[in-house]
Design a binder for this molecule. Structure first.
Ligand SMILES: *Cc1c(COP(=O)(O)O)cnc(C)c1O
Length: 359
């Protein structure tokens, strides 16, 4: 008998990314665009001819970079794309940190970050958010990461990092500063100008959320040309496929007004959902700058996020439960969408709360 082949040491403690996904009638769990995909992107996909599929796509997606540059107000040399922003984040981590280095991030934040840290052999250092849910800039700087990650609006809290704290981190931390703005379109402010002006910031964005193209996997980042060139090397060629490039170009061109209108719909839906959730008197709803809300389960309600999510799942609705988030407690993250979806969710949630409170 031969010995089992061992994977790279850092991989042995890693399991696959698998938030439980039972089939459901209404999925409010992953913050995608519930209004659909941009009509011009659908048309672009329908018009694809064989040569688009049989040939390789543009190696580094130059035309897409130009469109993204115009969209964010940078030059194409300051843009790098990837197979989803997850790929851009992973490539940046690989390009700017060695195995054994530390990556510093707030807690709670995007669950993929500690996972990507381990995949790349880095030491994940989680720094709790402050009581007001801002990032703790001083503690993050003191942790001396080779990479410091900030997510604003933050997933799952929906809250913004303050400009003062982010600027302090850019000024004083060592190594690369990654700012994840997956939800930029829903937020009142962005750090894109800081990323363009600084030589050590990589600002990461995605077309999976506001742009409604999650299934096509298109992410990008903005930064100084030197940083972007290193991330592009790390990423490798052909990472954005030909169909994705076409749909993305349509979304950034002809369909941009459609996207902007849907963002407006999402902001209205967010306010309405936050208000309705508060009226249930079992949640404290955090002020959100994303297309989702975090409903924190009140400690005196004797309800748990997992049981509420299970009750909703039994009624065909998926939300994302969090158990014991540091400094926050149990919470449900709910994606905002068209009014009838929100009504369906609220009706089911009222039933679940009534059933749980009676039991
Ligand atoms: C959804 C999300 C992403 C991942 O986006 P993809 O481009 O689909 O990989 C990245 N960061 C945050 C904070 C997210 O919520």
């Amino acid at each position: 008998m031969s010995a089992a082949i061992e994977s790279r040491e850092a991989y042995r403690a890693i399991s696959l990314y698998a938030p439980k996904r039972a089939p459901c009638a209404l999925d409010l769990s992953d913050n995608t665009n519930l209004w659909g995909m941009p009509p011009a992107s659908a048309a672009a996909l329908r018009s694809v001819t064989a040569d688009v599929v049989t040939r390789y796509p543009a190696v580094y997606a130059d035309e897409l970079k130009e469109a993204l540059a115009a969209y964010v107000g940078a030059s194409p040399e300051m843009i790098v794309t990837g197979c989803g922003s997850d790929d851009v984040l992973d490539s940046a981590i690989r390009a700017f940190a060695e195995p054994g280095d530390r990556i510093v991030f707030p807690a709670p934040t995007f669950v993929m970050i500690p996972l990507m840290a381990r995949m790349n052999g880095l030491e994940p250092i989680a720094i709790p958010l402050r009581g007001n849910l801002d990032i703790d800039a001083e503690a993050m700087i003191a942790a001396r990461g080779r990479i410091t990650y900030v997510c604003s609006p933050n997933n799952p809290t929906g809250t913004l990092a303050s400009r003062e704290a982010v600027e302090r981190i850019i000024e004083r931390s060592r190594g690369l500063v990654i700012i994840d703005e997956a939800y930029a379109e829903f937020a009142p402010e962005s750090f894109v100008a800081d990323a363009c002006a600084s030589g050590r910031v990589l600002l990461v964005r995605t077309m999976s959320k506001a742009f409604g193209l999650a299934g096509l996997r298109i992410g990008y980042a903005v930064g100084n040309t030197g940083i972007v060139a290193e991330v592009e090397k790390s990423r490798g060629p052909y990472k954005v496929n030909a169909l994705a490039q076409r749909a993305a170009l349509a979304a950034l061109g002809e369909a941009l007004p459609w996207v902007v209108e849907r963002v407006g719909d999402a902001l209205e839906a967010r306010d309405r959902l936050s208000k309705s959730l508060s009226e249930l008197e079992v949640f404290d709803v955090l002020p959100s700058s994303g297309n989702f809300v975090l409903a924190v389960v009140r400690k005196d309600s004797s309800l748990r996020a997992s049981t509420l999510a299970l009750g909703l799942a039994n009624r065909g609705i998926a939300v994302r439960p969090f158990t014991d988030l540091p400094g926050i407690g149990d919470a449900l993250r709910i994606t905002v969408g068209p009014q009838e979806m929100m009504e369906q969710c609220l009706t089911a949630l009222r039933q679940v709360i009534r059933a749980e409170s009676a039991s």
